[in-house]
Design a protein around this ligand. Structure first.
Ligand code: ACO
Length: 382
């Protein structure tokens, strides 16, 4: 019998408080610092939401301009970092590449901190590190995709906002406004989600008074898995496997008979639908119209209605974002790195919140191994 004190997967456990976001499955809402995420997605540039997550308030025009100036000044990949990236195999998974580059940045940026007691850094140092990671991650992700395609790096443009510049660095073309808007919304929707697996990982690492880069590297590792962030990549593999709406029923029959999990559906907290999906679905619809790809919407809607009617399990954010990123032109393997670029804001806000009110995160485990036993012939010292 299972011990009722054991909460496998920490399901239903409140591990701490947070003032950063509130997930309410009853009302199907998600608030960042009190603001509904769909209102932020409809009205704000991603930079303003990053500021909100870090500081607790939306920026004034001057504060936003100041953040944007720092973000724009830190967008380029330094040559020494680029040389390391170029030494990695192009066949490496881009999540591994991003994880490695963040680790590398940490060793460059914290060089000279020789005493582990100084590793955690001050609040000002960590805000600064957070902004620099936020600023440089688009270059890492964009160059990663270009390198895998055998294309030259595209340098950032200081006249473009975060979202437009990200698309510019990836594709080397000035993006259409509709695409910039859909991409900006996706970044905002992915920015923060309370104690999800990767954020909790970041907080566990921060709670040991380790450094911010180590926390982010751990978070990237947790995000990679297909039960978490890796699902947006996995959704697209499923779409490619199915091919078209008329193949959905037969595909689903086989998948469910084989007890496969259908990626992009289900959530640990939301049981009646993910609060972020309607906003992302609207962005997907805009892209479907923009690129004239009704076949994508047809496959999306057919799989959703078939799966929901059979299993009563609803789509999560990764379901609409997968095909949306694909329509924008991102390679499937780049989808979860895009999630990193967005979630860096939430992760770093949580790392700083953990540091501000720290308790080492160290739960107990109920032992289920063998009874005490002894090494044959062992005689303890007298
Ligand atoms: N496809 C098929 N069956 C599913 C799915 C799914 N996507 N999700 C849940 N189920 C079934 C399980 O098989 C299980 O059935 P059983 O009781 O007969 O064994 C039941 O629903 C409960 O599922 P759990 O995995 O135990 O529920 P949990 O709350 O732990 O899972 C999770 C949440 C991991 C997200 C799960 O729904 C899943 O694996 N989904 C697919 C991966 C995915 O899309 N992840 C993205 C999460 S959101 C995000 O990161 C933005």
């Amino acid at each position: 019998m299972t011990d009722p004190d054991i909460k496998k997967g920490l399901a239903g456990v409140h591990a701490d408080t947070t003032a950063i976001s509130k997930v309410n499955p009853e009302t199907n809402s998600l608030l960042y610092r009190g603001y509904p995420v769909q209102e932020l997605a409809a009205t704000q540039p991603f930079e303003a939401v990053a500021y909100l997550l870090w500081h607790g308030e939306l920026p004034t025009a001057d504060q936003l301009a100041e953040l944007q100036a720092v973000e724009r000044a830190n967008r380029s990949l330094p040559d020494d970092i680029r040389a390391f990236i170029d030494a990695m195999p192009t066949s490496a998974h881009p999540m591994d590449e991003a994880r490695t580059v963040v680790s590398l940045l940490g060793s460059f940026e914290t060089a000279g901190i020789a005493n582990v007691l100084d590793a955690a850094g001050t609040p000002a140092e960590n805000l600064d590190r957070s902004i620099r990671l936020f600023a440089i991650l688009p270059a890492i992700v964009a160059y990663g995709q270009r390198r895998r395609r055998g294309q030259e790096i595209v340098e950032p443009r200081e006249d473009l906002g975060y979202a437009a510049n990200f698309l510019w660095m990836t594709f080397g073309e000035e993006p259409d406004e509709a695409v910039v808007d859909a991409f900006n919304r996706s970044m905002i929707l992915y920015a923060e989600h309370s104690f999800n697996a990767s954020t909790f990982t970041a907080r566990v690492i921060a709670s040991t008074l380790s450094d911010l880069y180590s926390s982010v590297v751990g978070a990237i590792g947790a995000l990679k898995g297909p039960l978490h962030g890796g699902a947006n990549e996995a959704v697209m593999h499923i779409f490619d496997e199915i091919g078209s709406a008329d193949a959905v029923v037969a595909w689903l029959d086989d998948a469910l008979a084989a007890k496969r999990k259908i990626m992009g559906f289900g959530h640990r907290v939301y049981k009646r639908g993910d609060s972020r999906v309607p906003t992302m679905k609207a962005a997907l619809d805009t892209l479907v119209a923009h690129y004239d790809r009704p076949d994508v919407a047809e496959l999306y809607e057919t799989l959703e209605s078939e799966f929901v009617s059979r299993k009563g399990i609803y789509p999560n954010l990764d379901y609409p974002s997968g095909p949306a990123y694909s329509l924008m032109g991102f390679d499937t393997l780049t989808f979860t790195p895009l999630f990193i670029a967005a979630r860096i804001t939430g992760w770093t806000a949580h790392i700083m919140e953990q540091q501000a009110s720290n308790a080492l995160i160290r739960p107990l485990a109920a032992y289920s191994g063998s009874n005490e036993r002894h090494i044959e012939g062992y005689v303890p010292d007298a």
